[in-house]
Design a protein around this ligand. Structure first.
Ligand code: RB5
Length: 142
């Protein structure tokens, strides 16, 4: 389970963020949108930083980041020691990112993923728990 979901994107991920927001609303899942708010160009590291700061001491909370490919914003978020951001392009990756890596942030590429697949990835990420066990020490070693 998770206590809060934070969303953040640059302009390349803005449209997919809006679609994910519609999905979350439809499913009565609360979220906080940290921007951006339009297709106006912005810098993805700024939005990765804003979301990452929200997750400090928020062990049960999750984040979803979006940029054009998901690459830049996941690289930026992973500079923060408490962030384990997983760039996922399949449901299997989303599942493993939670079960094995205890990822607390999902990164998606707005110019890469079709909406239907993106929403399946989001659902899997939010519904899947960390398996702990043998994976705990590995995650601690990060
Ligand atoms: C912005 O044009 C684009 O570079 C950005 O959204 C992202 O894809 C970077 O990794």
């Amino acid at each position: 389970m998770f206590s809060k979901i934070f969303l953040s994107s640059d302009h390349g991920g803005f449209e997919l963020k809006e679609k994910v927001k519609r999905y979350l609303k439809k499913n009565c899942i609360d979220f906080v949108d940290l921007g951006c708010t339009s297709l106006e160009p912005v810098d993805y590291p700024d939005f990765a930083k804003t979301l990452s700061k929200k997750l400090i001491n928020e062990n049960e909370s999750k984040g979803i980041l979006f940029c054009g490919t998901g690459i830049g914003i996941s690289i930026a978020a992973n500079r923060f020691p408490h962030i384990r951001a997983a760039l996922c392009t399949s449901v299997e990756m989303a599942s493993k990112s939670r079960k094995h890596n205890d990822a607390n942030v999902l990164a998606l590429g707005g110019r890469i993923l079709e909406e239907k697949l993106a929403l399946k990835i989001v659902k899997e990420f939010l519904d899947t728990d960390f398996e702990a066990g043998r994976h705990s020490l590995r995650v601690e070693k990060i």
